[in-house]
Ligand binder design. Structure first.
Ligand code: TYD
Length: 204
């Protein structure tokens, strides 16, 4: 058991393979004896699942600002109810998407003001950032092929939108190189995992 927990977030375009990598990492860490908690945004266990349902499946009009606030509400709940208590108890928390998704998707993708989104993120997280963030980088064509025909509301937002999201992620990573590491995810799963482990081991 660690005396201080660790909060690691995973980011990237839809279909970048991060969920597979998170599960591989969870198995690895548990075998090494660490206490690991998995969570995700949107859709942390409990209330978050209901917010996720609206965000991904609501078929009426959703304003860009409303969409942002729903993601942020889900984030506040995830941080308060799941992430912070687990980190305080010395656990390793692996979170599928977090603050950088809102900057990339609602900021760069939808075109909302980046500084305002960052400010709202700070309010939702109580000014705490992850210890480490991994961005799984993938070109839009490959990511759309991986997602296939059965797209949710966000995945249906179009190629230009997804190009802006990808460029946004790369820009955010350049701004915070200490926290954010980029891995090329157009590689075999084992190779991506190898690179992921090399980074994560430095934080254990
Ligand atoms: P999800 O099915 O979890 O996608 P993935 O498996 O690719 O992570 O759906 C989450 C969707 O919500 C995804 O398209 C990204 C989007 N999203 C935002 O637009 N803003 C946010 O702040 C978050 C957390 C997610």
């Amino acid at each position: 058991m660690r005396d201080r927990g660790l909060f690691i977030t995973f980011e990237g375009a839809d279909g970048c393979g991060k969920t597979t990598q998170i599960n591989l990492l969870k198995d690895y860490l548990e075998k090494e004896g660490y206490d690991v908690i998995l969570t995700r945004e949107p859709g942390a266990k409990g209330l978050g699942e209901k917010v996720r349902e609206i965000l991904l499946n609501y078929d009426g009009v959703v304003s860009d600002r409303c969409e942002s606030f729903l993601f942020l509400a889900d984030r506040a709940q995830n941080i308060d109810i799941i992430v912070n208590p687990a980190v305080a108890a010395g656990k390793i928390v692996l979170c599928d998407r977090h603050i950088d998704s809102t900057v990339a998707y609602q900021g760069y993708g939808r075109g909302l003001d980046i500084d305002r989104i960052k400010m709202l993120n700070s309010l939702a997280t109580n000014f705490k950032k992850p210890d480490l963030t991994i961005v799984f980088d993938i070109d839009v064509e490959t990511s759309m092929q991986r997602v296939g025909k059965d797209k949710d509301r966000m995945e249906s937002a179009g190629v230009d939108f997804h190009n802006r999201v990808r460029d946004g992620y790369l820009k955010i990573a350049k701004e915070e190189p200490e926290r954010i590491k980029v891995i090329n995810s157009v590689q075999p799963i084992e190779k991506v995992f190898e690179e992921l482990l090399e980074i994560v081991k430095k934080y254990l």
